[in-house]
Design a protein. Structure first.
Lengths: 360, 326, 554
């Protein structure tokens, strides 16, 4: 969510810093290996923080069980062992893909992640699509008409999308388009019957849009898309505003660069200066910074899913938080950490691919 | 003495005044709107008890209950919530909570962030690598989730036991320490490479003297700007926390995010007045601090000023002409 | 013969925070086909602004009056750039006049290939029918400006080319559009002296091979003497003198021109009486087989900046350290000062061997350091007096505030800075004044050794002359030893008793200044000396011959 502090290009190490002069492959390997400490630090931190206040069983059932029952449960789950042993055990099971079990409904956390992860990824994809479609062209317009009316309007738009909490934007959209106008559904990923229909397909991916398309049922596709519009727009606009100002700032920078003036001195037309000469170099830092926005996107997804009862990981996270089921929370948070680290890696790969200084 | 005062190095306000004179109408409008909204917010927070018709946890007046989900009326200009609180009062009181928590959170994050950033950036070595690794990992992580984890730690998951306000402030603060750390460290490493720091090292100035006399003061010049910008983020994080039910219980303080959480069901049944006032309050507050912070950044960054970078370069050479009077 | 460019009574004013600032005040110039006109001036003289107005590239804050007329050489120039419509201006840019920039690495777009950028100009003017034809043209032009293997280079990105090749590519882009006039804004300032010689040669060929006229913007009188037919001298927005090049150098008419020419250190014509040193005194600095490595980041291979360098500095002696960028000269200065650690070899300073642990503290206060950039070497938040007093405050605290302050003022006085400057902040001083204050700070503890790292390269030539004179005067008076680091042979010749020439981290030559620079024995120093443009058109003519030989021998 830290949109503004990241506007400054160069605040983030660009791949060019660490990679110029030696092979892309080597850079990618080093960059890939950097995922490990990131995930390790986050997972460890979350583990120790969550356990600093006590064990999950007392947190969840402390007020409902007798001390004896509690003790038995603690022993059974291994929470009476030394913390370090538990930590090493936890790391070991994480490495084998075992995220533990939830306390309240005794489900494997991996099962929760598998069931609801797809929904969150689907929502994030819609949002990213909205953000790219809105943010990049508008950012270009704002930079071109710098300090004139279109720029002022677009900057206001960007600040507004940033200032509006995603859940309030969601509530407003819901109030207007679902309740007052009745154009779009207010909540959920699909209507109940469509949901049942999709879940009964022979092989499902968990991505409703993909499943609906594969079923060949046009009505189901339409239903899924209708449900996607409001949450996708609510979350997408948040990122769109950030993207808009990023593109604007960087494009203003490259438009003032010597090489753009050099192209101008050779008679290249203004439109082409913006679209070809200035945009490509401006996008390299944008892509890098956008990677860091994945974190904001996930935080926003938690809120959006709660607002629209979009049954994804964020929705489940909010649920497990209210019932104080910390192993479940810890698992979801750990997964988010992995997702953040991996997407940042992928984004750096993309940045490297569009930056010839890294490629060669 | 008077001469001394005149010759202070150009501080932000002077520069600002000069820039404002030449800054475009857009900049001026942004700055004024931002300042206005921020002042409005602070005034509402300070004068809350005078402005709000009722207390934030008041359910009845003169022995008569307000009632649940009442439409806006003379007694309740913005109606009542499902729990029977007066919406206007809670929205006004919410400003006070927001201001308290934002100030506490920013102070709690600026101080450790700056100290760690300075030590890490200047001393370098293993400490630096460790802290940078930590901060990078945390930075890439959603601040909201970090705040959630922290609030679990602080209040043991039993919200509002250890004073909801303090817990919320600490949770928000922790999420922002890595940001200040990164900003200050980046500045320190930049300043550290400046020749004037080398000059001090050649002289034989001690490490502490260099760190505080030469590096620190030159590294924190952008902090006021980041402070304004992070205030917006702190408000949003607090609201998000409240929206997920990790904020402050309604009887200990009024918090906009919590009220929005309670209004989700109202929206589905078409009631507008419980959601819009607290939501709008968040939007306007964040809008104010963001506009303020952004126009300040704009004015301080020559590259983003009204006219292109080439002009500043050209004017610099043009005005420097003949300045050398040796 | 009719002119290509005629500037008539040009005025340019900038709209700044502090109000309107005139940059160009009534300049009139003309360039004939095939002519090389040098526009000379120090920073702030308005020469770059004049050049930019030729292509209508002035920023939005500038207002221009007068006429800037461009023609194609067949008829009187009639197109007024200042009055042209945007579309007409675009048509003129590149075809009637083209620009070559100071910094080739920023004038090329880092994310597009050289070929693509070259064809962009062709495409904008409808040259070459198809994409393939334009590509063929691009390869041809790269070949014509002397870029080796143009068919491969055309697909390369700017960072894959050397600085000289980049500047060649920029010149190719100008020539490819068939321009009759190249406006070259300090085209060699960012380049090393050996590369500069090659680019000057290329610009010379533009005229002889393609008949292109050049409007050359420069501050370097050596470059002027080497290339120009005619010279226009600018000062404070006005052209103070115009004359053919030999005439101008032989008999400058305007006092400003005379002053400017007098300030230029002319290589090979300076004599410095060497400081007499007895051979048996203990040297202030002795380096033996010094090696400095910079470690690589992120698994990257490290970089060896200095390899096996040995030298001595005797008391009271000025040792000049000369080299091009990347030669390791600054690194050596930093190692001696204790700012950077040596990786290998032996370094003895004041008789004490250098150890990694006691790098700075042991020698603190015995070395004064003058940095290249006078603006950056002062803490912007401290007054000049505070900064100059800092060494005393740190090491001689017992003196007390009043005595330290008095000493600081005395120091400023010794570098000819008036007392009133003591309470100013660094940004309120000019570059030359700051550098003199830096010298005062370096001398505060009367150190036996001063390290001066390119102390004058950020300054204009007239200011440079004064700072160098001051340096020499103080050195004579106080008798300190000095390590004087510079890329400029003429400057080193003026101040140094002995010289060490560095090339890629190794010593290429060393010995007394007169011997090493006057009669170079090794190839590299010979090439360096031959590449140096001399501010004397008559001698320059003789040198051209020597340069050809020098280049051929490498």
């Amino acid at each position: 969510m830290s949109a503004l502090t990241q506007d400054t290009p160069g605040a983030v190490a660009t791949p060019a810093d660490g990679a110029a002069g030696y092979g892309l492959a080597r850079y990618l390997v080093v960059r890939f290996l950097l995922i490990i400490p990131t995930v390790f630090i986050l997972v460890s931190l979350v583990f120790f923080l969550m356990r600093a206040t006590g064990d999950p069983i007392s947190a969840a059932f402390g007020d409902r069980l007798t001390p004896d029952q509690l003790q038995a449960k603690l022993h059974q789950a291994g929470y009476d062992r030394p913390l370090l042993t538990q930590y090493l055990d936890y790391l070991k099971s994480l490495a084998t893909g075992d995220f533990g079990r939830t306390v309240t409904d005794n489900e494997p956390v991996t099962h929760v992640l598998g069931t609801y992860g797809a929904a969150t990824v689907e929502l994030a994809c819609y949002a990213l699509l909205v953000a790219l479609a809105v943010g990049v062209p508008l950012g270009m317009v704002a930079a071109t008409y710098r300090d004139r009316a279109p720029d002022a309007a677009l900057r206001l738009f960007a600040v507004l999308t940033y200032a509006t909490p995603v859940f309030f934007a969601g509530l407003l959209l819901k109030l207007v388009f679902a309740i007052q106008l009745g154009w779009l559904p207010a909540s959920g990923r699909a209507s109940t019957d469509v949901q049942l229909f999709l879940q009964n397909q022979t092989s499902t991916t968990g991505f409703y849009l993909v499943d609906a398309i594969r079923s060949g049922d046009g009505a189901a596709v339409a239903d899924v898309l209708e449900h996607a519009v409001l949450p996708g727009v609510a979350l997408g606009l948040l990122v769109a505003g950030i993207l808009l100002r990023l593109v604007r700032t960087n494009l203003i920078g490259t438009l003032g660069a010597d090489y753009v003036e050099a192209a101008r001195s050779r008679g290249v037309a203004p439109f082409r200066l913006v679209t070809r000469h200035a945009t490509r170099p401006a996008l390299i830092p944008v892509v890098t910074v956008l990677g860091l926005q994945v974190a904001g996107l996930l935080g926003g997804a938690v809120l959006t899913e709660t607002t629209f009862e979009w049954k994804g990981l964020g929705y489940e996270l909010a649920h497990y938080l209210t019932v104080r089921d910390f192993p479940a929370v810890q698992g979801i948070v750990a997964l988010f950490a992995v997702v953040v680290a991996v997407t940042n890696f992928l984004v750096d790969v993309v940045a490297a691919l569009i930056d010839p200084r890294v490629r060669y | 003495m008077a001469q001394l005062l005149v010759r202070r190095p150009t501080l932000l306000p002077d520069r600002l005044r000069a820039r404002l004179r030449t800054g475009g109408p857009v900049q001026r409008a942004m700055l004024l709107t931002g300042a206005l909204l921020t002042v409005l917010f602070v005034l509402t927070a300070l004068l809350g008890p005078l402005l709000a018709p009722y207390g934030y946890a008041q359910l009845q007046d003169g022995g008569r209950l307000f009632g649940s989900q009442q439409h806006p009326s003379g007694a309740h200009p913005l109606g009542t919530t499902i729990a029977g609180y007066d919406v206007l009062s809670r929205t006004v009181w919410g400003a006070r909570t927001a201001l308290e928590i934002i100030l506490a959170a920013l102070l709690l994050s600026v101080v450790p962030g700056t100290v760690l950033g300075l030590a890490s950036g200047y001393l370098g070595g293993r400490l630096d690598r460790l802290l940078v690794g930590l901060a990078d990992a945390l930075y890439a992580f959603p601040p909201l989730l970090l705040a959630i984890v922290m609030s679990i730690v602080i209040s043991g998951g039993q919200s509002s036991l250890v004073g909801g306000l303090g817990a919320a402030a600490c949770s928000v603060a922790v999420a922002f320490v890595p940001q200040y750390f990164r900003v200050v460290r980046a500045e320190v490493t930049r300043v550290k490479a400046e020749p004037f720091v080398d000059a001090a090292r050649v002289i034989g100035t001690g490490t502490w003297r260099i760190m505080f006399r030469h590096v620190l003061r030159n590294s924190v010049r952008t902090l006021p700007l980041i402070f304004t910008i992070n205030a917006s983020e702190a408000i949003l994080t607090l609201a998000g926390l409240g929206f997920l039910g990790f904020g402050i219980e309604p009887n200990s303080a009024s918090e906009w995010g919590y009220d929005l959480n309670r209004s989700v069901a109202d929206v589905t049944s078409g009631l507008w007045w419980t959601a819009i006032p607290p939501g709008l309050a968040i939007v306007l507050t964040v809008l104010g601090t963001t506009l303020l912070g952004e126009s300040l950044t704009d004015l301080a960054d020559p590259r983003l000023r009204r006219r292109g970078g080439t002009s500043t370069k050209a004017t610099a050479t043009a005005t420097d002409g003949g300045a050398d009077d040796d | 013969m009719t002119d290509l460019l005629r500037i008539e009574d040009l005025h340019v004013t900038f709209d700044t925070d502090a109000g309107a600032a005139p940059a160009v005040k009534g300049v009139s110039l003309s360039v004939a086909p095939g002519e090389i006109l040098a526009l000379v001036g120090e920073s702030g003289s308005g020469k770059t602004v004049t050049a930019k107005s030729v292509l209508g590239l002035l920023p939005a804050t500038a207002t221009a009056h007068g006429r800037v007329l461009l023609g194609d050489g067949t008829a009187d120039p009639a197109e007024d750039v200042l009055a042209a419509s945007p579309a007409r201006l675009r048509a003129l840019r590149g075809t009637h006049a083209a620009m070559v920039f100071q910094e080739p690495s920023t004038a090329l777009n880092p994310v597009f290939t050289i070929g693509w950028q070259l064809t962009e100009g062709l495409r904008a003017h409808g040259h070459g029918g198809s994409k393939a034809e334009r590509r063929t043209l691009a390869v041809e032009w790269l070949d014509k400006v002397g870029i080796p293997d143009p068919a491969t280079r055309v697909n390369h990105y700017p960072h894959q080319l050397s600085g000289g090749q980049k500047q060649r590519a920029v010149i190719a882009m100008a020539l490819a559009l068939g321009t009759r006039l190249i406006v070259a804004d300090e085209p060699t300032t960012a380049l090393d002296v050996t590369v500069q010689a090659e680019i000057l040669e290329l610009l010379h060929r533009c005229r002889t091979d393609f008949g292109t006229a050049v409007l050359l913007i420069t501050h370097n009188m050596g470059v002027v003497a080497d290339l120009a037919d005619r010279v226009a001298v600018m000062s404070e927005g006005e052209v103070v003198e115009q004359a053919p090049v030999r005439e101008l150098f032989a008999a400058p008419a305007h006092p400003y021109t005379r002053e400017l020419l007098a300030a230029v250190p002319v290589f090979g014509e300076q004599s410095r009486t060497p400081t007499s040193t007895t051979g048996d005194e203990q040297p202030v600095v002795r380096a033996a087989e010094l090696v400095v490595d910079y470690p690589g980041r992120l698994g990257r291979k490290g970089f060896r900046a200095v390899e096996g360098v040995s030298f001595e500095i005797r008391p009271g002696e000025v040792l000049g350290l000369v080299g091009e960028s990347g030669s390791g000269k600054t690194t050596i200065g930093r190692v001696v000062a204790g700012l950077t650690a040596a990786t290998g070899g032996e370094l003895t300073v004041f008789g004490e061997p250098l150890t990694a642990r006691r790098r700075t503290r042991g020698r603190a206060g015995h070395i004064g350091y003058v940095f290249q950039d006078p603006a950056a070497s002062f803490n912007p938040l401290l007054t000049i007096a505070d900064s100059v007093a800092e060494p005393l405050t740190v090491h001689r605290r017992e003196l007390g505030a009043t005595a330290i302050r008095a000493e600081a003022e005395a120091l400023l006085n010794s570098v000819h800075l008036p007392r009133s400057y003591a309470d100013r902040y660094p940004h309120e001083l000019s570059g030359g004044q700051r550098q003199r204050a830096a010298l005062a700070r370096a001398l505060a503890l009367r150190p036996p050794l001063i390290i001066a790292d390119e102390p004058t390269s950020a300054l204009d030539v007239s200011v440079q002359a004064k700072v160098l004179d001051l340096f020499t005067e103080l050195q004579r008076e106080l008798g300190f030893a000095a390590l004087f680091i510079s890329h400029d042979l003429a400057v080193v010749e003026q101040v140094a008793d002995r010289v060490v020439v560095l090339h890629r981290g190794r010593i290429a030559a060393s010995g007394s200044t007169a011997a090493v620079l006057g009669n170079p024995q090794d190839d590299y120093t010979r090439r360096l000396v031959a590449s140096l443009p001399v501010a004397d058109p008559v001698r320059q003519g003789r040198r051209e011959h020597a340069l050809d030989e020098g280049v051929a021998s490498t």
